[in-house]
Design a protein around this ligand. Structure first.
Ligand code: IYR
Length: 219
């Protein structure tokens, strides 16, 4: 099946405006921090819809768009997710992660208590679709983790852009999400992202980002 090609005229800015925009966006995005203390303040469903629509515009292998975003706002479902996540994390923190991992996490002060899973008004659970099931047939998906990672990055950027906060939470293993959310066999959980306003007393660790010279190589 041939795709029709249409003319693409991307937005352009004069160079001085480009420079100003690159600085503005860098400042906006470097102000993003993972938040573990949320306010229960509600966030309208329509905003979540737009954020997901933005994320779902990400590029993907062969344009298969191999993602599903499950938005959970229902208190009872959040409670069940918290309970299951805390069960897994208790096992992780009591040895499953290993010494070096625990040592790396210690300064961040994370632990098996995941009350943010109930307090944040929304949990967005990103699922990757390893293939597509069409009747009896399995259709292939390509570069699934890369694609879903890109979409998730765009989701985090969109969240920051509208002035909300998020946490990329990785309860491990995450298979409990398949059952609680009733997802089909082609889907696997990728990330669990609480979204909302930060608590007004929220704190974050004073971390340093690597200097540009450590992350950028001209070759
Ligand atoms: N998944 C655990 C542990 C954890 C792992 C990483 I990598 C972090 O940056 C933070 C925590 C948890 O969510 O507690």
């Amino acid at each position: 099946m041939d795709l029709k090609f249409i003319r693409y005229s991307p937005v352009e800015y004069p160079l001085d405006e480009m420079a100003a925009r690159s600085l503005d966006f860098m400042e906006l995005m470097s102000g993003r921090r993972s938040t573990r203390q949320f306010s229960p303040r509600p966030v309208p469903r329509e905003i979540i819809e737009r954020l997901v629509q933005t994320a779902a515009s990400a590029p993907s292998g062969a344009n298969k768009q191999p993602w599903t975003f499950v938005a959970v706002g229902h208190a009872e479902t959040k409670r069940r997710i918290r309970e299951a996540a805390e069960h897994e994390e208790t096992l992780n923190y009591s040895g499953r992660m290993g010494e070096e991992w625990l040592r790396d996490l210690a300064p961040l002060g994370t632990n098996a208590n995941k009350e943010f899973l109930e307090i944040a008004p929304w949990l967005i659970i990103v699922f990757k679709q390893n293939y597509e099931q069409v009747g009896e047939e399995r259709h292939k998906h390509y570069y699934v983790s890369e694609s879903v990672g890109l979409a998730t990055g765009m989701l985090l950027a969109a969240i920051q852009y509208v002035g909300l906060c998020a946490l990329t939470h990785t309860p491990s293993p995450m298979d409990f999400l398949i059952n609680i959310l009733g997802r089909p066999a082609n889907e696997r959980p990728f990330l669990l992202i609480p979204v909302g306003y930060a608590h007004d007393q929220a704190t974050v660790p004073l971390i340093k980002r690597k200097a540009l010279g450590q992350v950028l190589v001209w070759a």
